[in-house]
Design a binder for this molecule. Structure first.
Ligand code: FAD
Length: 452
């Protein structure tokens, strides 16, 4: 009997450039498996928007595998227990998987390796996290030298093709995807998601091809929320429908500031993984310890107003409504809404991190925490806390008029000269004045320093 190998899929839902699948397929029959494991991540279990994406991406992957004479086996429960059970049921030689760096996945990998033959592969990052180090062998804590070193060391390597897949003699039992209830029902808030996104590897490649056509303008257009100037590939990378190597390779030969700035952004993603690998508590703890004593405010009403896009600042409200309705948010606007929560409202960045975790289709342990700690000034390579973004100026500077009119229907007919800061009485009152919020934030920061 030709014993199969199990391929354990997590955030790497693709067939091409999938080193675990490729390696397993070279040795004989493969059984691709996804385990829905809600308990391991604790309070960072998959959020609602992620579950929506996961459902559709698994559905697409299952169909793509079926077209190749294979199948996707779905199991629910503790990953380690389920995989051990599957190895026993199928007589598999062992398990192949890509390495993942969320603390809960690293723990699962260690536990699984103690019980079955586990072969881990790299492939979801440009360079294996932990491999790019300073001359002294340390993790880089500053992005710029990290990026330089990574680009120096990055090997030239063509992405792997989709392997030929052979099926096992018998397939183990699989759950039905619908049984998992990953999609929202009461209420179903996902209509806007379906209008904006088609999850799955095939659609991801189409999206990449569209982006490549205008990548040369990326450096200018990426900051303008009113147009589609960035790639919107973040959920593709987060769910592993595309590998960063495929993207890098597709841009090969594209010189110019656009493609180069884009490559630098991709490197930020690698940087973030290195940070959570070195500091596994990064998602929940201030890197700068002094901030443990920061006098954060807690005001449920203001938190809800921020979440629901009712702060009275059109750019903030447009962003938060875009996030709720489509599961995604433009990077410039992510920075503006995060800064507003942390500084104007003086609310702990972790409240925002958790909201993004639940509402983003690209919610990522590394990218989300590293960026929240960047805006709040609590992180490794970070903006100073005292840099308070002025939402009205940002809105005007980055020409967000059309963006606001799209996401805030009350302002749909308001012209550019008024839309960033509508006259009193014509829009929701501001939850806090800009100057007042800014001064309160700076005073809070001073109190922290005076305390030392
Ligand atoms: P592009 O501009 O086209 O960039 C290409 C890719 O590079 C992105 O898809 C992403 O994978 C990576 N990238 C770009 N900017 C960053 C960055 N600042 N940090 C790390 N990687 C980056 N990104 C996530 O993928 N998941 C998150 O949970 C997340 N949370 C964020 C929270 C805050 C407060 C902020 C300010 C940023 C966050 N980001 C997050 C980073 C960034 O906003 C998104 O990656 C980007 O907006 C996605 O859009 P895009 O694919 O069009 O990006």
């Amino acid at each position: 009997m030709n014993r199969p190998h199990i391929v354990w899929l997590r955030r790497d839902l693709r067939l091409a450039d999938q080193p675990a699948l490729f390696a397993a397929a070279e040795t004989g029959p493969v059984i691709p498996v996804y385990v829905l494991d809600d308990a391991r991540a604790g309070e960072h279990r998959l959020g609602g928007a992620s579950r929506w994406w996961l459902h559709h991406s698994l559905d697409a992957l299952g169909r793509a595998l079926a077209e190749r004479g294979s199948a996707l086996v779905l199991r629910r429960g503790d990953s380690v227990e389920e995989l051990c059970r599957l190895v026993e049921e199928t007589g598999a030689v062992g398990v192949h998987a890509l390495r993942h760096y969320e603390p809960w996945w690293r723990e699962a990998e260690v536990q699984l390796a103690q019980r079955v033959e586990l072969q881990l592969h790299d492939g979801n990052y440009l360079m294996p996290p932990g491999s790019v180090r300073t001359g002294g062998g340390q993790t880089y804590r500053i992005y710029t030298p990290f990026g330089r070193a990574l680009r120096r060391e990055l090997p030239e390597q063509a992405p792997l093709p989709v392997p030929a897949l052979s099926a096992p003699d018998t397939w183990p039992r699989s759950d039905r995807l619908e049984e998992w209830n990953l999609l929202p029902t009461k209420p179903d808030w996902s209509a806007g998601f379906a209008a904006d996104w088609v999850p799955g590897e095939a659609a991801a490649h189409e999206q990449l091809a569209r982006f490549v056509d205008h990548a040369d303008l990326y450096h200018e257009e990426r900051n303008l929320p009113s147009i589609e100037g960035s790639s919107r590939l973040s959920p593709r990378l987060q769910w592993g429908e595309l590998s960063p190597a495929q993207i890098w390779h597709t841009l090969d030969g594209q010189a110019g500031e656009g493609a180069d700035t884009f490559r630098s952004e991709l490197v930020w993603r690698d940087f973030a993984q290195n940070i959570i690998l070195t500091f596994p508590e990064y998602q929940t703890q201030n890197y700068r310890q002094a901030f443990e004593r920061f006098p954060w405010r807690h005001d449920e009403g203001e938190i809800r107003a921020w979440q629901e896009g009712r702060t009275g600042y059109p750019i903030v409200d447009a962003g938060m409504r875009q996030l709720w309705q489509s599961g995604w948010l433009h990077n410039r606007v992510r920075m503006i809404v995060a800064s507003f929560l942390i500084k104007h409202l003086l609310i702990d960045w972790r409240v925002g991190e958790r909201w993004f975790w639940d509402t983003l289709v690209d919610a990522d342990c590394g990218n989300n925490s590293v960026n929240w700690q960047w805006v709040s000034g609590t992180g490794v390579d970070t903006q100073l806390f005292t840099r308070v973004m002025a939402p009205l100026t940002q809105s005007d500077k980055f020409d967000a008029g059309d963006y606001i009119r799209r996401w805030v229907p009350e302002l749909a007919k308001v012209p550019d000269r008024l839309v960033h800061d509508p006259p009193e009485g014509t829009y929701l009152p501001k939850i806090v004045g800009h100057r007042e919020g800014r001064e309160r934030a700076l005073a809070a920061y001073r109190s922290l320093r005076d305390d030392q």
